[in-house]
Design a protein around this ligand. Structure first.
Ligand SMILES: *[C@@H]1O[C@H](CO)[C@@H](O)[C@H](O)[C@H]1NC(C)=O
Ligand SMILES: *[C@@H]1O[C@H](CO)[C@@H](O)[C@H](O)[C@H]1NC(C)=O
Ligand SMILES: *[C@@H]1O[C@H](CO)[C@@H](O)[C@H](O)[C@H]1NC(C)=O
Length: 438
């Protein structure tokens, strides 16, 4: 008898749920979710913008921090739901306990946010982080019968392995979460062809490649705009670069100062550049190197840099406003990228942005870099500090009036996006790859 009542209740709940979902679902609600600073997750913001452009109502869930793009803030169809950052317990509790508290907090907070918005028809989440995002989102999607879509920017387990080591049980947990739930997602997106092949080969996950693109804000500047910006750099950030005539070279790099970028490579290359200038054996300009970004290893490198008493090379580390970051890329003579992917399968967003500004780069080589950067075709690729130093000297030889160098620069600029997407912009590739999933 009890059993019968129980079964009856279950059936009623299921029927009511079905009815309730049918009534409340509009077919046009999509949730875009990232367990990170929304303002610093350009790709998830592009998803939101593209969705809104195609007439969907978008709930964007993530952490506060940097301001999101204007197109998001001004868009009536995109509603932002901020998560509450977990409490800072770092020095009060043992590390593992801290982590457990954080995960419980995030799980509760995520569930609260997910159930306090429109009922979604589809959910697109960014991985990493995988814990607790993937299981929580999967659970939500099962419960309300939504499409579950994972956008793989990288692997959570390979990122965690950087600091914890490959065999840590949390790394293994992240890996098993990624495999079990990745397989259960309705659709998967990823950032490179190499990642697509890896997902398929290792875990039988079928994904579609959607390359990152720079936003429209990342575009080249005219000479007048560049000079204006150089004045602003001098006034606002105390970075003095003579504008007419230009007498010093200007290189730029950005970083979040984490273990996967070894800045000693750049510092050693600059040391060699300095030595060459000192010895006066080639005609090289003084160099100003701007490194932007915040992060855990910044103080460490700052201390090393402060010990260098260079005469020809100067390193500046300002924190730039968003708008100024785009302009500095468009104004510099060369970009530097030291990114090495933890999985070897994702591409550095900063190069995409630099290319958007038509800025050639020297990029540190790794597994799938060639999907974006091809040596001597659209930029330069180096394997160690020696090569980087050679490339810097080559690029700035007889600066600023070197015809050979200018021709090389123009060739690079012409080839920047040809290997990818046949000149398509983000939205048309998005329409081609993502829209059919919804
Ligand atoms: C250094 O180079 C400049 C021109 O590049 C030259 O005029 C000068 O004589 C050189 N000085 C030494 C010490 O070689
Ligand atoms: C110009 O730059 C190239 C390398 O880009 C270098 O080989 C050459 O010596 C430089 N000077 C002139 C005058 O071409
Ligand atoms: C980008 O979109 C075009 C069609 O719009 C398609 O042919 C191409 O394969 C897409 N590229 C990627 C990498 O998805």
């Amino acid at each position: 008898m009890l059993m019968l009542i129980f079964l009856l209740v279950v059936v009623i709940v299921l029927v009511v749920r079905k009815f309730y979902l049918k009534k409340l679902k509009s077919g046009r609600n999509v949730c875009v979710l990232v367990l990170g600073d929304i303002g610093r997750s350009p790709r998830m913001q592009y998803h939101a913008i593209s969705l809104a452009r195609e007439g969907f109502i978008v709930d964007l869930i993530g952490y506060p921090g940097s301001p999101p793009m204007k197109e998001i803030l001004e868009n009536m169809h995109v509603q932002i739901h901020y998560l509450r950052p977990p409490p800072e317990l770092q020095n009060k509790l043992p590390r593992l306990l801290c982590y457990i508290v954080k995960v419980i907090w995030q799980t509760a907070d995520l569930l609260w946010s997910l159930f306090n918005k429109h009922i979604s028809d589809s959910l697109i989440m960014q991985n990493p982080p995988a814990i607790p995002t993937i299981p929580v989102c999967w659970f939500y999607c099962i419960l309300i019968e939504a499409r579950f879509i994972i956008d793989w920017h990288n692997y959570a387990h390979s990122l965690m392995a950087l600091s914890l080591g490959k065999n840590h049980f949390l790394v293994r947990l992240a890996k098993s979460i990624e495999t079990t739930f990745g397989y259960r997602a309705n659709n998967n997106l990823c950032v490179t062809q190499a990642m697509k092949e890896d997902l398929e080969k290792k875990w039988f996950i079928q994904a579609k490649v959607l390359y990152d693109r720079p936003i429209d804000n990342f575009h080249p500047l005219t000479l007048v705009e560049k000079n204006e910006f150089l004045c602003k750099l001098a006034e606002k950030y105390d970075i003095k670069i003579s504008c007419s005539p230009r007498t010093s070279g200007f290189i730029v790099s950005s970083t979040s100062w984490t273990e996967d970028e070894d800045f000693s490579i750049l510092l050693n290359a600059l040391q060699e550049y300095e030595d060459t200038c000192e010895s006066n054996e080639s005609n090289l300009p003084d160099l100003i190197c701007v490194i932007t970004g915040k992060g855990p290893l910044k103080d460490f490198y700052m201390a090393i840099i402060n010990l260098k008493k260079w005469k020809h090379v100067e390193i500046k580390m300002p924190w730039l406003e968003n708008e100024d970051y785009q302009k500095i890329l468009a104004t510099a003579d060369l970009g530097i990228c030291l990114h090495t992917s933890s999985s070897g399968l994702d591409l550095p967003m900063k190069i995409v942005d630099m290319f958007g500004c038509c800025l050639p780069v020297c990029a540190f080589n790794f597994n799938c870099l060639s999907e974006l950067v091809r040596h001597n075709e659209n930029s330069l690729v180096f394997a160690d500090e020696k090569e980087l130093a050679e490339q810097l000297k080559m690029w700035f030889q007889d600066f600023p009036d070197n015809k050979t160098q200018q021709q090389l620069r123009e060739k690079f600029q012409g080839n920047m996006f040809t290997s990818q997407q046949n000149h398509n912009d983000w939205h048309s590739n998005w329409t081609f790859n993502v829209l059919p999933c919804l």
